[in-house]
Design a protein around this ligand. Structure first.
Ligand SMILES: NC(=O)c1ccc[n+]([C@@H]2O[C@H](COP(=O)([O-])OP(=O)(O)OC[C@H]3O[C@@H](n4cnc5c(N)ncnc54)[C@H](OP(=O)(O)O)[C@@H]3O)[C@@H](O)[C@H]2O)c1
Length: 326
């Protein structure tokens, strides 16, 4: 299938490299707000076409799939326009700002016979499957501490008075939607929907959460999710069961161990995976498109709906409001 992209940051380059390596997608065109940057990016990745007008790119008949990696608040309008031009859309996390946008976009995708996916790369990897398969080994879950706490390369600019997109309410930024979604997707995949939840953020001057703790209450345990863009963690995440504990190097796991509680024996169970780990989501999405696997698509759609409904409610519990909501 033929791919076009939005965004010229490193994540779009990584997606393109992964797409080419997967052999599932060929790069047909790139979009940037600046024609000069679009040309430079097209040259870098050997794309035959480049645009600074998104609608012109969307009108091309020889593009099947568009990958969106723009600031979060722009995802919705861009996706809507592409879907209306019958392009399948792979949109970076967090897919949209709220569930109204999500509902409308999925309806448009359905009406135009195309698919819409949220790119959350870590839940498609071999090591994520390893994790899922190991869960029965640790018995009844009694607690989980999951986190994504990473000092942002853009925080210094914020401290100096700038407001980078990811720290801005106008661009739908903040720790929960940017980083917290990784452990949250993991928790929802492993444990399902929580009975209730609450979010406890540190709110920065720009109105978004610099960090926060999301507490997911399940019937017999609590999962604590910590996320931060203003501090750094050096410890692993853990899931505690009655018979064992799973230890993961991060909530986008590449190193996995489980410890049997009685013997204290530690066993690694991670596998080697491609460093370009976006390959796995690309394989899943292109497979769904090619085989029209409606069941798999609906499962992913429901997962995105669940995660977005939680982050939206968690924000609103704390009066963290994005552009259109102010
Ligand atoms: N899956 C992952 O591992 C991963 C990693 C990083 C980011 N992401 C996601 O990817 C998306 C982009 O993140 P990012 O950090 O690359 O964002 P960003 O640097 O703020 O913006 C991404 C691109 O959007 C364009 N852009 C920047 N500011 C803009 C503005 N004010 N108005 C319109 N376009 C603007 C720029 O492209 P042009 O100047 O060329 O138009 C830029 O290259 C986000 O949704 C983020 O959550 C995912």
């Amino acid at each position: 299938m033929r791919l076009a992209t939005i965004g010229t940051n490193w994540i779009t380059s990584t997606f393109i490299k992964s797409a080419l390596k997967s052999k599932k997608l060929n790069l047909q065109a790139v979009y940037s707000r600046s024609l000069e940057k679009a040309k430079e990016f097209a040259d870098l990745h050997s794309a035959p076409h480049y645009y600074n007008n998104l609608e012109e790119m969307a009108k091309r008949q020889d593009i099947d799939v568009v990958y969106i990696a723009s600031p979060n608040s722009l995802h919705f309008e861009q996706a809507k326009m592409l879907l209306k031009h019958k392009k399948h859309v792979i949109c970076e996390k967090p897919i949209f700002s709220n569930t109204n946008e999500l509902k409308e976009a999925y309806q448009i995708a359905n009406d135009h016979g195309v698919y819409l996916f949220e790119a959350v790369r870590h839940i498609y990897t071999p090591n994520f499957n390893q994790l899922v398969n190991k869960m029965p080994k640790i018995g009844n879950i009694r607690s989980a501490n999951l986190h994504y706490i990473q000092y942002s390369s853009r925080y210094d600019a914020f401290l100096n008075g700038e407001v980078p997109n990811v720290f801005s309410a106008e661009y739908s930024g903040g720790a929960l939607v940017d980083l917290g979604v990784y452990p949250l997707f993991l928790a929802i995949k492993l444990f399902g929907k929580p009975v209730k939840f609450s979010y406890h953020p540190t709110i920065l001057q720009s109105g978004i959460d610099g960090n926060g703790t999301l507490i997911l209450q399940y019937d017999n345990f609590v999962c604590t999710i910590m996320c931060s863009k203003i501090s750094q963690s050096y410890i692993p995440s853990e899931i505690h069961g009655e018979t064992g504990t799973i230890i993961m190097d991060s909530t986008t796991p590449t190193a996995l161990e489980w410890v049997e509680n009685k013997s204290k024996k530690r066993t690694s169970f991670d596998v080697e995976q491609d460093e370009l780990d976006m390959i796995y989501e690309i394989e899943t999405f292109t497979n769904i498109i090619q085989t029209k696997d409606q069941k798999a698509f609906v499962q992913l759609k429901q997962l995105s709906e669940t995660v977005l409904s939680i982050t939206e409610a968690a924000r609103k519990q704390n009066n963290i409001l994005f552009g259109g909501e102010l």
